[in-house]
Design a protein around this ligand. Sequence first.
Ligand code: NAD
Length: 500
Amino acid sequence: MTSTLNDIETLHHLIGGEAISTANRTGAVYNPATGEQTGTLPFADTTTLGHAVDIAAAALPGWRATGMAKRANIMFNLRQIIVARRAELAAIVTAEHGKVLDDADGEITRGLENVEFCAGLVHHMKGESLEQASTGVDVSQIRQPVGVVACVTPFNFPVMVPLWMVTTAIAAGNTVILKPSEKVPSAVLWLAEAFREAGLPDGVLNVVHGDKETVDAILDEPRIKAVSFVGSTPIAKSIYTRAAANGKRVQALGGAKNHMVVMPDADLDAAADAAISAGYGAAGERCMAVSVVVAVGDIADDLVARIGQRIKDVKVCDGTTPGADMGPVITAASKQRIEGFVAGAAAEGATVVVDGRDHDMPTTGFFTGPTLVDNVKPGMAVYDEEIFGPVLSVVRVDTYDEAVELINNCRYANGTAVFTRDGRTARSFKFDIEVGMVGINVPIPVPIGSFSFGGWKDSLFGDTHMYGPESFNFYTRRKVVTERWPLPSESQITMGFPTN
Ligand code: NAD
């Protein structure tokens, strides 16, 4: 394994097990806590991508013929390697993403859930069969890989999202081109080396770096048969459209605006704790972060006071500092964009209760503190846009029905939660709400690895959720075989359509 904190300065693609550098186009990688450049990343052009696809296509026949037990063994080995060296991997995540070490470790745990699920691939790849479907005729359905597939991942989960996609694709017998976010590329290089160490043959998993040009080359490459994407909504939508137009299977997960409803009967301290954890954890850069608290009835003043009270104790500093709660945001541009929403909120008629720009925090790097904005309404930029930073809005409504209507009118539908002590309200919410993942007194309802993950509406383009069982559907083609073994004496001409 080569990628450590000491040698990330000059990064490379990893194609067929070989570190490959291309110099025509490059990008800079930063440590967001210091604002300093820590690496230079080569961006793949169509030639480099074509080379990666050559390698992946050449590796496909051997990999899809590899026995399931051997594949499962690689998954077990991979888990061992990651568990044993998770501190090293978490440090790489923190150095490029900025999230605190604990949070980086948590992301590794959630990624491992899918490795563990995939270790059971002999079960997930199993088909089904029906004996004597007709007289002397048996029918069976088998799962086969799609072929060479591409995975394009976002900056905010440099380990978890790649493990959610790539591990299943590989377990199902595909070979993979993985294009990680150009902002956080080192964790994926570490993972690719871990896969090799676990016994994965070279060429099965290939890492190419890049930006739009590289992704466009992926979308237009006819030998790539499926594309998994996670990122922002406009790009998810364009990827879905272009990949589908090119005849590929595609799942494209997009952005979010997650609402947490607090009912008048809720435990307000628990709700305030949840709002802080889910709103400001990872500096609000989680697709399942709570960005809107919907205060129902007369509890709003009390709830806002309790959240505001807790904000001053949020320790904002370099993610490697012991006790750090929140690190920086990803780039200088992101900090500027987030602070622009905060600056504009009052002019739109909202009340800035706590301004994150005044928080006690380092002056180097891309830090911005936790912000709380009250009296927010649809139509304000702070409500309508995905801010993707530590900004929590409070929308006040009078009734449960208004809360549901607000959420169901939102174009994003990734996650949502309700805080209540009433089982009937919780049950109604589960039934009424048009959102893909729902928490009942759980602010960040990311499903465990044996369920699949995905939102509705503009949070997911395509019909298949990610990881878990649905992912095995996405990464396999089902083939149905109908067979009979007649005696020579039973042969006859039948010109009619075969029935039974
Ligand atoms: P992004 O859309 O900017 O980038 C995602 C990927 O697309 C990266 O690999 C990037 O290199 C590539 N890319 C960027 N611009 C492109 C373009 N014009 N054409 C083709 N490819 C392009 O997203 P991000 O900033 O890395 O990640 C944050 C976003 O991802 C947020 O919107 C967040 O909500 C979303 N997200 C969603 C989920 C989910 O499960 N729904 C999970 C994580 C993140």
